[in-house]
Design a protein around this ligand. Structure first.
Ligand SMILES: Nc1ncnc2c1ncn2[C@@H]1O[C@H](COP(=O)(O)OP(=O)(O)OP(=O)(O)O)[C@@H](O)[C@H]1O
Ligand SMILES: [Mg+2]
Length: 245
């Protein structure tokens, strides 16, 4: 970090240092929980291995699931750390946003079908209108997180719709769902790291609360932004605005 070399006021430095301390505290806390359950599960597996192979198999399956969760958390943390350390995209190239979205949707389709959720395209214009100057991997990660949330927080039988358009110099991509929605007073907090509206439920579904922080950083690193509109019990729409190349 180069803060010390820049002209930063003592107040600002103090604020940034506090954010860093909170981050480390949060990360330690978030890692401790899965680490504890891994140990417990390994012990349970060891104890049941000889006498109760059926139970042992269940513990092994849980162990695998917890390990995946931990790996997911670590990947997200590393992505986020990398995104936060820069303010723009490192080596930007021309990216076809429509193509990125298509492959994200192709990958998410199976998950959606498994939950009986319809995943639809809507209103996409000419491919030529969807080019940005940026990082394809980051953009894919941003859209994956948004579609993943839409599917995750929508009950079976619901619908997720992805629409693309342009407004002046910007590309506008919206991801709407007919899901559980977000309470109005919680909306300002959802982009914070580790923030989950319903911690207990999120734990069961494996959420870490980092997805939307990644989304916001990717949008900002591309000179864009993300907005959200949501009605509790009816659904949410996340809209990404990116400057066209
Ligand atoms: N489409 C949505 N509908 C309803 N709630 C949502 C939606 N997207 C996000 N949220 C709320 O915002 C919170 C933060 O979302 P975020 O993607 O950052 O974390 P997460 O989904 O819990 O975990 P992960 O890091 O695995 O994505 C979620 O826990 C959820 O409460
Ligand atoms: Mg998420």
């Amino acid at each position: 970090m180069t803060l010390e070399r820049q002209n930063v006021s003592p107040d600002e430095l103090q604020r940034v240092n506090k954010i860093r301390r909170d981050f480390v505290a949060n990360v330690s806390h978030e890692l401790k929980t899965p680490a504890t359950s891994l140990k417990l599960l390994a012990e349970s597996l060891e104890e049941t291995l000889d006498d109760d192979p059926v139970q042992a198999r269940l513990f092994a399956a849980q162990l695998k699931k917890e390990t995946e969760r931990l790996a997911h958390l670590i990947t997200d943390l590393l992505d986020l750390a990398r995104l936060e350390s820069q303010e723009t995209v490192d080596r930007p190239t021309l990216v076809d946003v429509r193509g990125v979205l298509m492959s994200v949707l192709a990958r998410m389709r199976r998950v959606a079908r498994g939950k009986e959720i319809t995943l639809q395209w809507k209103r996409f214009g000419k491919a030529a209108h969807y080019t940005v100057y940026g990082d394809e991997t980051q953009l894919a990660s941003m859209f994956t997180n948004l579609v993943d949330n839409a599917v995750q927080y929508t009950p079976p039988g619901g619908r997720v719709e992805v629409a693309g358009g342009s407004e002046g110099p910007e590309i506008v991509i919206s991801i709407s769902d007919t899901g559980i929605g977000i309470p109005e007073e919680k909306i300002p907090r959802i982009f914070e790291r580790f923030y989950r509206v319903d911690k207990a439920r999120s734990k069961a579904t494996g959420g870490t609360g980092l997805g939307l922080s990644i989304v916001r950083h990717v949008a900002e690193n591309h000179g864009g932004r993300v907005t959200v509109e949501s009605v509790l019990g009816e659904g949410s729409t996340f809209t990404v605005y990116l400057p066209r190349a």
